[in-house]
Design a protein around this ligand. Sequence first.
Ligand code: PEP
Length: 257
Amino acid sequence: MAAPKKSTLKAPKPLVAGNWKMNGTKASLGEVKKLASAFVKSKAKCEVMICPPATLLAPMKALKAKGVALGGQDCHAASSGAHTGDVSATMLKDAGASAVILGHSERRADHLETDKQVKAKVAAAHGAGLLAIMCVGESLKQRKSGDTLKVVKAQLRGSLMDGCTAKNTVIAYEPVWAIGSGLTPTVAQVEEVHTALRKALVRRFGDEGAKMRILYGGSVKPANAAELMAVPNVNGALVGGASLTAKDFGGIVKAYT
Ligand code: PEP
């Protein structure tokens, strides 16, 4: 029998991204400097990113010299125009971002964002040269009714266009019920969803889908990071609350030392 073909694909470099949500003012810059120094000292084998409110992107630009990337938390699908209060992908890029979180469950819930709108935002992010971090995740009701895989695969299908690559797109699996709740899925549940997402990505994007990073997000803490990050097909974390302090975020990044 012929030996199985060895994969020549390199494992993607993990990404640990902090979603600051609507938290932080210029007074937080000291904390983020501490975080950057801790990351440099840790020599962690992952990429690190902070996604602060858009108001803090420009003041945080200096972090990039320390190897900490910056991301936005949402963008409009248009690049400019009469959209009061919105921010475009081009503007995020101009302010120092190299990425943007899109389709976060809080945007889907608070602003009724649909997959179609998220897809348009992903296209806008790519157009501006930003990495799109596209979020999917089931509600507790959907998990309890056994619909988790159906839900996340539909979100994946509907929120991405053909031609996405590992360089311009990252997926974040964030069970809605795990966000900010202190609850996390079991390792087996995380593995089941990440495996299903990987298969769907490979089916649609081929080798690019095999290399695309799939982050886990939802109550990641220093105490559970190593266990969650060791799950097959988990290529990093999207961290909310625990990304606000250098101590906790540094404790999570340590999973990659
Ligand atoms: C998030 O909102 O992206 C998130 C993962 O939040 P937390 O880590 O606080 O659960």
